[in-house]
Design a protein around this ligand. Sequence first.
Ligand SMILES: Cc1ncc(COP(=O)(O)O)c(C=O)c1O
Length: 398
Amino acid sequence: MVPTISRIVQALEPSATMAMAAKARELKAAGRTVYDLSLGEPDFVTPQHICQAAVEAMEAGHTHYTPASGIPELKKAVAEQYRAAHHLEYAPEQVVISNGAKHALHNVFTVLLDPGDEVIIPAPYWVSYAELVKLTGAVPVVVQTRQEDDFKLTPGQLRGAVTERTKILLLCSPSNPTGSMYSPDELGALADVAIEHDLLVVADEIYERLVYEGHRFASFATVRPGLQERTILVNGVSKTYAMTGWRIGWTLSPANVAKAMGSLQSQQTSNPSSIGQYAALAAITGPQACVDVMLAEFARRREFVTRRIAEIPGFSCAEIGGAFYAFINIREHLGRSYNGVQIDGSSQWCLQLLDQQNVATVMGSAFGTEGYARVSFATSMENLEAAFGLIEEFVAGG
Ligand SMILES: Cc1ncc(COP(=O)(O)O)c(C=O)c1O
């Protein structure tokens, strides 16, 4: 017999970013030189002092189960970090440590959503949000933002999307995939609507530390008094410390939400890796110069990518305030043929770019917005220079 997959999982879209990266890997294995701008992970190695802390944790015998929601030292350090950086008061019990921010988001949706509840997700959105919401039986309500608004949701758009079933507004700033950032005032205006309609807000702040000159990060919970009671903050070490493989992320939330997520995790995954947690503790309590070094390199690449996008006819993107992505408007280049292949959508465009020029990017449609392609500049300057040369050639030819 062929086992039947549950309806809810059958409806799941596999992660397009991971699919593109897998395709790029396949071509590389077949001997092609591929310029991979598809993946959202820093290309730096995890800083030495963090790796050393992991070794020491193993040697000290921290190789067993920990409390399901994380070691007290790390929870305390996370709460302390938010106090120092944002003047927010959280008790360690309000912090839940999970297997990466993706798992943290899954926990949040699982403990808060019932079938039929609605979650407002501004598009373009990070690939996993809508799918994680659907896993709970709740409904993602996608609101298209505009490039002329730097892909930021406006209070009017939010108001227009709210129904009596709306439970959560999801925000990601700095944004994957657009790199755009909400100013504190813009977040404040959205918070007013959230308060007016009694919404919870899930604020994904994973790119908080990767913010470029001229931009200021404000944690959502700080932009109006009393927001902590309706806000769930999501964060982690993956992007800031080049620790994607360690799988440590967390939430700061109202105490009852944290308690529910702790219970869920105790039955579902138990604790995230004990060694990863000690490494994360070293990351957030240890020297921070490594973050500045990585940020300076990202800033150099951001400048390059912004310039190259402006140089290529028909291309444009929103101001990149943070993170390491550019979301390129390719609309002018759709609806024509490239070396004899007719290309009408972003998916075909990205696949042909990979096939014809060996450059991997991700189609805008995977982020809920057609007519765009996302490039990640979490790769070397050398790769970026070569890749943009090939992209330029691609759009010029055909
Ligand atoms: C916006 C956003 N949130 C969450 C995550 C997940 O991070 P983690 O590796 O901690 O699961 C990512 C990773 O790509 C992301 O871009």
